[in-house]
Design a protein around this ligand. Sequence first.
Ligand SMILES: [Zn+2]
Length: 346
Amino acid sequence: MINDQEHYKTIDLPFYKEHIETKLPANVLDFHAHVWHSSHYMIDPLKNNEKGSGYMITTNDYTFDSLRKDADRIFPGKDYKAVCFGNPTPAVDQARTNEYISDGASKRSGLFPLMIAGKGLLPGEELEKTIIHGNFYGYKVFLNWYGDNYADITIEDMLSPVEMNIAEKYRLIVLLHVPTSDRLANPVIQRGIQKLAEDYPSAQIVLAHCGRCYLPDQMKAAAHSIKDLHNVSLDSSMVMDPTALEILLEQIDSKRLLFATDFPVPAMRGRRVYVMDHWVDLVLDGYPESGYRVQSDNMRASFMVYEIILALLRAADRMRLSEAETQAIFHDNGMELINRVALPSQ
Ligand SMILES: [Zn+2]
């Protein structure tokens, strides 16, 4: 087996140079990156797997330096910017992770912090103060469950008027990972999003992982529901299926599609595929075990980030987007949302 640096030089970098580098704009905005320190955990995620706290975990720690290092390796020669936030699960001390994000982002350029927030976590006054003092651009909505135990959680269980009134007032970004095993294909979730978008027209709602529709069939059942919701955008983190993205682009303007990674997850080498009716992460050997993660060294693979990029490029090509429209997915579309946020200057 070749070591990591050799793999980088002989497989990742040549692939990047041939298939990715010239297709991306000089400035890349990643709309979904996690950053946290292991000291924020209240329980050890890798030791408490029975509760599902280790779900999707690839590393114990992912600091600002880790993100920088991955961005430099994966996007050499590009100016990488990111919308970043902590680890939005009950395993983590949210106040500490929020403070870490706000502090870290303020000391670095090109980072746009979101606060982990959600229904019942903070009273309105305190939430508003934290958003303003922390220079947060909005919320990454708290996931009030462990692992993939979504049960019958609704949008109304995750966000209340307390958070949404503040989002409306300052045109905040509300980055939302929709619940339930049917995702945005679930009519109850669709109505929840429609109501949120209509009740709070100035809030800038972004559905993480394209509403979690990684499969074409899921996207087909979901995309029509957000067609006319102009304050709802979608981040492409971990979506690697070009057909799913093509189906989405048949319904919405490409301006509403935002390139995103979900670092650190797609720093793994492999690809998210689907088998029957669920996604599977097919990755090289050596990562921690997790649900729907299949490891093998019997394939060539590079960073999953490249598979996200290629899926977007293939979908854009099929939909005959112009070069400018395609490039905007990787930077300008997201920056437009960020520039619209209207926090009072301190
Ligand atoms: Zn995420």
